[in-house]
Design a protein around this ligand. Structure first.
Ligand code: GKR
Ligand code: MG
Length: 432
């Protein structure tokens, strides 16, 4: 096949309604931002991907995208080189502190990822093959996801007139502020999606309360593995106390405490596997983590590790050092869901159920035709179509772009939104 050259790229920011989910930084704002990336080629075939949608990421994508004209979508090494040249010197920033520290390498990786995924989509459409086939073939046709449980309020604070932010339109989940609320939320999520493992976002309330919530989940769902993720909101001492209380109860404990040395101190004294999407989020951080034995599971995420090929490089490193591999999620739409499923299906040692924020999406809000891949028994079956297997719903993109224009949110700020309720709130960690 002759070269398929990039003629233009399009980056469209969109905003989606987001419920008041609580975490160690604060609370989700009423809107989450994503960007829809399209790579157009001289053969008339376009590929799509999804990335963060904050101002800094948009500037990064525009800068990188402007240097891609003429690149063959099969020449991903050239794509990476062009991106690196275009974004060299751009200030490093992370779209949320909940995915770890920013660095120059990670900034390049994020931009490469956005365009690499779209190039794979073009490759698939041009060859009539699924992305999973281009990535080495499917080791599984069904990809398991886990129920992502959050403490949450019934509605957003600070709304005009005190009602929900959207003129009283509250989300369908209601409040979850104690173990009963979390179990109720889990029941609903399991009923709707069939998830066979559970993850609780912790670091919100006193650790003792979160221990009780995990125990309540274990009682209610004895056959489902449970993970707990306080996003580095505990000291080493607190982490060890929780680890002792929950030994044997958790599939893994995710980012209990900040930093590789702190995680290593905890890991040395607990039998619970420690996982991370905060202290190891780029290749440069792996050697120290391995040397100190700080983590036993790394959560991949093609959006910030550098795309599909980088995810495979990470998988190889995990295999070499006997580390487990799982997958992280931030708020996302159906293109990312399809991309996550494609790379997971092509990665043999990605054996943990993947995280996903999909259940927190407003039902009517997605940018792919049909609303996105469906979960049956907690798993997504890989679509049969070429490329990523999902198509853009252009009307929906236009609608969600309009929502972006009018919503006023331009970067994720969980700390700032929490200050509306608690003016003293700093979001500093560790709090417990
Ligand atoms: O959406 O509040 C959230 C999560 O806390 C997210 O931002 C994290 O990046 O899900 C993530 C995690 O596993 O840490
Ligand atoms: Mg995490």
């Amino acid at each position: 096949m002759s070269a398929l050259r990039i003629t233009a790229v399009t980056v469209t920011p969109v905003a989606l309604k987001d419920p008041p989910l609580l975490n160690s930084s604060g609370v989700h704002e009423p809107f989450a931002l994503r960007s829809i990336v399209e790579v157009h080629t001289d053969a008339g075939i376009s590929g799509i991907s999804e990335a963060y949608g904050d101002d800094a990421t948009l500037a990064l994508l525009h800068r990188a995208g402007s240097n891609l004209t003429g690149v063959d979508v099969f020449d991903l090494n050239e794509l990476s080189r062009r991106v690196a040249v275009a974004v060299s010197g751009i200030a490093a920033s992370a779209p949320t502190e909940l995915i770890g520290a920013a660095s120059g390498d990670k900034t390049v990786a994020q931009a490469v990822a956005a365009f690499e995924v779209a190039c794979f989509d073009v490759q698939g459409k041009a060859t009539g093959r699924r992305v999973v086939d281009l990535l080495g073939g499917a080791v599984r046709e069904r990809v398991d996801f886990s129920a992502y449980l959050f403490y949450k309020w019934a509605e957003h604070p600070g709304a005009p007139g005190g009602a929900g932010y959207w003129d009283g339109e509250a989300d369908a989940w209601g409040a979850a502020l104690d173990p009963d609320g979390i179990v109720k939320q889990a029941r609903r999520m399991v009923e709707l999606y069939g998830f066979r493992s559970l993850k609780l976002k912790g670091g919100v309330f006193a650790p003792e309360e979160e221990i009780e919530a995990v125990r309540a989940l274990r009682r209610e769902f004895p056959d489902r593995p449970v993970r707990l993720d306080p996003n580095a909101n505990w000291t080493v001492e607190t982490s060890l106390r929780v680890a002792e209380a929950l030994a044997g109860e958790l599939e893994y404990l995710e980012d209990p405490t900040p930093g590789i040395p702190g995680m290593a101190e905890v890991a040395a004294k607990t039998s619970l596997p420690l996982a991370t999407n905060m202290c190891v989020t780029g290749f440069a951080e792996i050697p120290e983590a391995v040397r100190l034995g700080a983590v036993q599971v790394i959560l991949s995420d093609h959006h910030f590790w550098g795309g599909f090929r980088a995810t495979h490089a990470l998988a190889g490193i995990c295999q070499t050092f006997g580390l487990g591999l799982s997958m992280h999620s931030n708020t996302h739409l159906g293109i990312s869901l399809a991309a996550m499923a494609q790379i997971a299906a092509a990665t043999p040692n990605l054996t943990y159920a993947l995280d996903t924020h999909t259940p927190w999406k407003w039902e009517s809000e997605d940018v792919v035709l049909g609303g996105g891949l469906a979960f049956v028994d907690g798993a997504v079956t890989l679509p049969g179509g070429p490329g990523l297997g999902v198509e853009l719903d252009r009307d929906a993109v236009a609608r969600l772009h309009e929502q972006y224009v009018t919503c006023g949110v331009r970067r994720r700020d969980d700390v700032g939104w929490m200050r509306r309720v608690d003016p003293e709130w700093t979001g500093e960690r560790p709090r417990f």
